[in-house]
Structures are given as structure tokens and as C-alpha cells.
Design a protein around this ligand. Structure first.
Ligand code: C5P
Length: 314
């Protein structure tokens, strides 16, 4: 039986608006998600033992049953018991490049790659929609990670409407290695502070999601207007994360002062911060200037760009 290597890109949030609390306890969101050229590699090998085993080169990533990669493989085994008994278990190796606990969907994109890889390995012939539905049960960002590119995401984040892809916007990304923000904490704190303004009813959620499709940011993407996209960047979770994490606020302010930065924002629940830069050459300069201003080696910096695809075979 063959083995598969998959490329699993990270995502950034160009837009994240919190609308209300859903009946299932999650938040109703209006987001724009974007794949970037910063990827992990997932290798999937058949294992005759019948076990699921996960290996990873990153010390902060658990390889036990708590890892979303493990859960994705376990879900496939549960959903397709015949294939599991025919083909046996899997050995999955994760080569991490995406910073962990960063708001970049690193875990979700790994899980998305496992679903796609096991579909190929077990010759299941699942459609993208079927894979996305399986992914939604693992995490809100998993369906987007399968599809990739540029998309409006509503509901929990799992309802996707693809947009014209933004290819080649230049990005500088920054993350303190040792800094982690708990996503449940960020949402819970937002609810405590701003829940009073939430839309309360599901009709209201649907109306907001519909209106969002003709918002300025969406128009800017349709027009491929980079400057306008950069001006329209938005993330409600900044309102709780920036005051609680001064290092993230400092990064955000530092980016905003650099020449050539068209816009800057925290991604997801943080603590990664990205900036859209006018050119590749300027992105390299901005990275260098941030490094000079913050020589702390705990700060990881990347020059990257937006891409059109989600999971793909290496
Ligand atoms: O779906 P996922 O497992 O990625 O979500 C992680 C946590 O983020 C959830 O347990 C929840 O606390 C919060 N969340 C939320 N509303 C969403 C997505 C995530 O409250 N739409």
C-alpha cells in the first residue's frame, strides 16, 4: 500500500466578528479566512499493527490521543470500520513549521491533512464536502483548512463561501514562542465583557451573515484591492487579548509604525500578529526592523504570502 505526504498550510483571519452565542454554546461568527504559505508536512504510512501512532518533531506538540491528528485518524477508523479492518492502522509523522497555539489553525490543518490522506490511503473516494463535514466535528477551522484559499466563514466558522483567491499578498508574521493564548479563554472573556451587545436570536444571526456578504471587506477582496483589504482588517478578539497580553499589543503597534505596512492585525485568538506589506522586498525590511527592535530570540518572525490552496499532496 502507498504512503502519502501532504502539505498543510496555516491560515490567518483577515476578519473576525463575534455575533452572538449559539444554542450549542459556541459563538456565531462572521469571518474571512485566508491560507498562507507557511505549512506543516504530514506523512501517512500504513501500519500493519492496527494502531494509530503519531510522531512530531516539535517538543510542544503532544503525540497522544489529545492531538487533533490522532483524533482525526480515530474518527476515520470509527466512520469507516471496514477500511480500518482491511488496511490496518496508520503511522503519522508531523513536521511542524507552523507556530503552535498561535491562532494560525496549525492543529486544524494537520487534522485536515489526516482526513484527506486517509481518504487516499484507504481509497474511500470521499468528496470535499464529505471531508469538510467530517472535519467540522473535529474543530471549527478544519473545513476551511481542507478547502483553503480565501473564504467567508460563518456559523461556528465551518460554513464556507469561497471568494476569489488572494494570491501573493506579502505578509510578515510574528509570534512569541513561549506565549500561548487559550482560545476558550478568549471567547469566554469576550462574552463576559461584550455579551450584552450580542444578537440574541438565530434569525438575527442569519441576517448578519447575509449582510456580511456585501460588506466592504468582501467587496475589497472581489476587487483584489490590497490597500482596502489592509484597511478593513478586523478582529473582535483583539479587544480582550491585547489588554491582557502587552507583548502582543507592542507587536501590533510596532508593525503599524513600519514603512510599507498597509495594515496589521492579530490572527484568530492570537497571539500571532501579521502585517500586509506592499512588496516582498519591503516585507524583508520590515522583518529585519522588527528583529532589531525586539532582539528577543523567543520572537519568531516569518516572511510569507497568501496562497490559493488548502491541503495538497506534496
Ligand atoms: O472549534 P474549536 O475546537 O477550534 O474551538 C475551540 C474553542 O474556541 C471552543 O471550545 C470554544 O470555547 C471557542 N469557540 C467558540 N466559538 C466558535 C469557535 C470556537 O466559542 N465559533
Amino acid at each position: 500500500m502507498r504512503s502519502y505526504s501532504l502539505i498543510a498550510p496555516a491560515k490567518i483571519n483577515l476578519y473576525l466578528e463575534i455575533i452572538g452565542t449559539r444554542p450549542d454554546g459556541y459563538h456565531e461568527l462572521a469571518m474571512i479566512l485566508q491560507s498562507i504559505d507557511l505549512s506543516d508536512q504530514i506523512d501517512i504510512h500504513p501500519a500493519s499493527t492496527g494502531n494509530i501512532r503519531v510522531y512530531c518533531n516539535h517538543p510542544q506538540v503532544p503525540t497522544d490521543q489529545t492531538n487533533l491528528v490522532y483524533k482525526a485518524a480515530e474518527l476515520m477508523a470509527k466512520e469507516f470500520p471496514k477500511a480500518y479492518s482491511n488496511f490496518g492502522g496508520v503511522d503519522i509523522t508531523v513536521k511542524k513549521n507552523i507556530p503552535v497555539s498561535a491562532g494560525l489553525a496549525g492543529g486544524s490543518t494537520n487534522a485536515a491533512a489526516v482526513l484527506m490522506g486517509m481518504d487516499l490511503l484507504w481509497d474511500l473516494g470521499l468528496t470535499q464536502l464529505e471531508l469538510e463535514e467530517l472535519g467540522a466535528s473535529l474543530g471549527s477551522d478544519v473545513p476551511f483548512c481542507i478547502a483553503g484559499g480565501t473564504a467567508i466563514a460563518t456559523g461556528r466558522g465551518e460554513q464556507l463561501a469561497p471568494l476569489q483567491s488572494l494570491d501573493n499578498l506579502h505578509i510578515v508574521l510574528a509570534k512569541y514562542r513561549s506565549l500561548e493564548v487559550s482560545t476558550p479563554w478568549a471567547y469566554k472573556t469576550y462574552r463576559q465583557q461584550f455579551g450584552i451587545n450580542y444578537i440574541q436570536d438565530t434569525e438575527g444571526f442569519a441576517a448578519r451573515a447575509k449582510a456580511f456578504h456585501s460588506e466592504e471587506m468582501v467587496k475589497a477582496i472581489l476587487n483584489q484591492n490590497t490597500e482596502k483589504i489592509a484597511q478593513e482588517l478586523h478582529n473582535d478578539l483583539e479587544k480582550v487579548v491585547l489588554p491582557a497580553y502587552p507583548q502582543v499589543l507592542q507587536l501590533r503597534e510596532l508593525f503599524a509604525r513600519q514603512t510599507g505596512v498597509l495594515g496589521t492585525m492579530m490572527s484568530g485568538s492570537g497571539p500571532s500578529v501579521f502585517a500586509i506589506i506592499e512588496s516582498q522586498a519591503q516585507a524583508e525590511i520590515v522583518k529585519q526592523q522588527i528583529r532589531e527592535a525586539i532582539p528577543d530570540q523567543d520572537l519568531e518572525l516569518f516572511v510569507t504570502r497568501t496562497i490559493k490552496h488548502g491541503i495538497k499532496i506534496a
